[in-house]
Design a protein around this ligand. Structure first.
Ligand code: GLN
Length: 335
């Protein structure tokens, strides 16, 4: 075995070469991240110990042979174009570390544009907030954590995704006093459940975070309407999915990406149905593909929304459409 004399630096170079061969752009960076994860090291210990034989590695707790094997196995998986975040089991979003697996879209930096916009525009933190197609829960959980909203509901069609969102909510919110209420059963739509259905025990100090499984609004029990609706729905036209990079095309859930033929299927349904779930003056924020601003704005206008505005991401691309539910004519659709 070469184990005796191998150093962290050599292992990193070996992994980077394998990833480079597999056509991965950030080969060195990915190898570095996997090395730290496999050996349980932080940057400081890596810098101190990278030239030593791995057997002399003092900071890592595990047997260095196990760590070396784990690292090489991670490199092999990455070489198969499995996303780095799925191998590490985490991704940072809005400064929070979210648990990730293959059942949800990996949180993208683009989506922080939506979260930051909501935080800057929605200062009335008492309102009820709804996140449709929550996936990992990154939008709903970070808004709850950063915005101090007291009533947040997240829905997803996939129970596997909802389990990830629940885990993130418990990990990132429960400790600071949020009550997490999960209803993954097949809820009868419009079952007339009171808004606090499923809630037991003492009132939450910070707020209540609810999770419901189901197809967009049909997931929700009838109750008070929402003041803020947010969503990053699947928006890629079906025919374009084949041309995406292998990490996305082959390893992220198709149902989190596929927006049907023109990519707009979810916006059509959300725009048409949202008004009856919103309080007058409420706001809706939708993440969009960078070429969908005009189409999504038109759908919202058709549904009677006002003050429709498009916002760009850090790359300067159209990324979010925001619209307001007209005060005083909550049920009027198709003005
Ligand atoms: N922005 C994602 C991508 O480029 C897609 C997200 C979505 O469909 N909601 O892969």
């Amino acid at each position: 075995m070469d184990g005796e004399m191998t150093t962290l630096r050599r292992l990193e170079a070996e992994g980077a070469a394998a990833l480079d061969m597999a056509g991965i752009g950030e080969a060195r960076l990915d190898a570095h991240r996997l090395l730290l994860a496999a050996f349980g090291l932080d940057e400081t210990h890596y810098l101190l110990e990278r030239m030593q034989p791995v057997g002399l590695n003092v900071s890592a707790e595990a047997d260095p042979r196990d760590s070396t094997n784990r690292y090489r196995e991670m490199i092999s998986r990455r070489a198969l174009r499995i996303p780095l975040q799925q191998i590490l089991g985490e991704q940072e979003f809005m400064g929070l570390t979210f648990y990730i697996n293959a059942h949800t879209l990996i949180p993208r930096q683009d989506t922080e544009t939506l979260v930051e916009l909501v935080l800057s525009e929605q200062k009335d933190r008492g309102g009820r907030l709804l996140d449709l197609c929550t996936g990992s829960g990154c939008i709903a959980v970070s808004l709850a954590a950063k915005g101090g909203y007291t009533d947040v509901t997240a829905t997803d069609l996939s129970s596997e995704a909802l389990a990830v969102a629940e885990r993130n909510a418990r990990m990132l919110l429960a400790e600071s006093g949020w009550r997490i209420v999960s209803d993954d059963s097949d809820l009868v739509p419009d079952a007339g459940l009171p808004p606090e259905a499923g809630r037991t025990g003492p009132a939450p100090a910070k707020g209540i975070f609810r999770l419901f499984r189901g197809d967009l609004f049909t997931a929700l029990p009838r109750g008070p309407r929402y003041d803020i609706i947010v969503s990053n729905p699947p928006y890629i036209p079906t025919a374009m999915i084949g041309g995406l990079q292998p990490e996305v095309r082959d390893h992220e859930p198709r149902m989190a990406l596929d927006g049907a033929e023109d990519g707009l299927a979810f916006y059509r349904r959300i725009a048409a149905q949202a008004p009856e779930w919103m309080n007058p003056g409420g706001a809706i924020y939708l993440e969009i593909g960078c070429d969908q601003a005009a189409a999504v704005s038109a759908l919202l206008a058709e549904a009677g929304f006002a003050d429709i505005e498009v916002f760009n991401d850090l790359a300067g691309l159209n990324r979010v459409v925001r619209a307001l539910h007209r005060t005083g004519c909550p049920e009027t659709v198709g003005l």
